[in-house]
Design a protein around this ligand. Structure first.
Ligand SMILES: Nc1ncnc2c1ncn2[C@@H]1O[C@H](COP(=O)(O)OP(=O)(O)OP(=O)(O)O)[C@@H](O)[C@H]1O
Ligand SMILES: [Mg+2]
Length: 321
């Protein structure tokens, strides 16, 4: 059976990415369990969504469980649900996400973080396609397509005794590995152009292109945060560039520095910076403006000038509060 669909959202022209899109097309229409592997930010969520969207279940829900986000004793109930009164705090019946995903897809994100005790229950559910709510005595037959993802080396987790080998084999039926960005550097230009368009449109800006020298530097960077890091950088570049061409690289700025110059998703204005600075100095000087040890002396300006800045930027009021 041939089933080829276009995945405009998974960008990449390198052999690895062309192959990846092929794998997605092949496996999507089947009921097969898929294991998506890749470092943080490589696009595991994106691939999981693409599989669901190109499956026969695309009009049903794709439900996500983040196995790393919940304490171990809550994950089981999150996955399989519980009956009223099954444990302290179980005041109502709760339907688990596995049941909610009936006829659709269940995305088990960060599967490598699943506690061993829950791994056993998941294995049974995967084998039997049946689940039981905690405290329930009813066996519920289900029809759920499973996609799991992890940035961990699961085989190594198995060797270390942190992941059940039988569950690993169950999940590893159709593995899809997304290579880190530094191993497909030819895609950087394409991805950068894609994100440039996306964020320029989103911010109502006319940033048209990225200068060649910038592309060169981006290509040399190692991208430990992978595609997410690249997207963040492009978004920042759009915000930081007033003209139509991104001709500066904002990579060398540490995140801390960026934090200090941004407020929300825009750069602070000079007035905002001055206001912050004067406020800090005033605090250091116990609110004293003129005279020895006053803020005006520290800032090397006449007290009258400082007074007018304080008044214009409404600092006095805030400081007095
Ligand atoms: N090949 C790609 N084409 C277009 N966008 C991509 C691609 N890969 C990743 N992205 C984008 O990069 C961002 C990060 O991707 P995603 O959230 O899927 O990564 P992840 O592997 O799930 O990361 P984490 O391990 O941190 O959960 C998203 O905004 C995603 O849309
Ligand atoms: Mg993810």
């Amino acid at each position: 059976m041939e089933h080829i669909e276009y995945h405009p959202e998974i960008i990449g022209a390198t052999t690895a990415m062309v192959k990846l899109r092929e794998l997605v097309s092949q496996v999507a229409p089947t009921p097969s369990t898929v294991l998506v592997l890749g470092e943080t930010g490589t696009g595991k969520d994106l691939v999981a969504k693409a599989i669901h969207q190109n499956s026969l279940r695309k009009n049903e829900w794709m439900i996500t469980v983040n196995c790393a986000a919940l304490p171990p004793d809550l994950i089981e109930s999150e996955l399989f649900g519980h009956e009223k009164g099954s444990f302290t705090g179980a005041t109502e019946r709760r339907i688990g996400k596995w049941e909610l995903a009936e006829n659709g897809t269940l995305f088990l994100d960060e599967i490598g973080e699943l506690p061993l005790a829950v791994q056993a229950k998941l294995l049974r559910a995967l084998q039997e396609r049946e689940i039981e709510r905690i405290g329930g005595n009813e066996v519920i037959r289900t029809d759920v397509r499973i996609i799991a993802a992890t940035s961990k080396d699961l085989a190594e987790e198995v060797r270390q005794g942190r992941f059940r080998s039988d569950l690993f084999f169950r999940l590893n039926v159709f593995p899809i590995s997304i290579p880190p960005l530094r191993e497909r550097k030819q895609d950087i230009r394409l991805l950068a152009a894609h994100f440039l368009k996306k964020h320029a449109v989103r911010n109502g800006r006319k940033v048209l292109r990225i200068a060649g020298k910038v592309i060169k530097i981006l290509t040399a960077h190692s991208w430990h945060g992978n595609v997410r890091e690249l997207e963040n950088l492009i978004e920042r570049s759009v915000l930081m560039t007033p003209g139509p061409v991104i001709d500066q690289v904002f990579l060398s700025l540490e995140d801390q520095i960026l934090d200090s110059i941004m407020v929300g998703n825009r750069v602070k204005t000079i007035d905002e910076v001055v206001r912050e600075h004067v406020l800090q100095v005033l605090k250091l000087c116990d609110g004293k403006v003129a005279g020895p040890g006053g803020a005006a002396q520290v800032l090397q300006m006449p007290p009258t000038t400082l007074h007018s800045i304080i008044k214009r930027l409404g600092i006095q009021k805030v400081y007095a509060e």
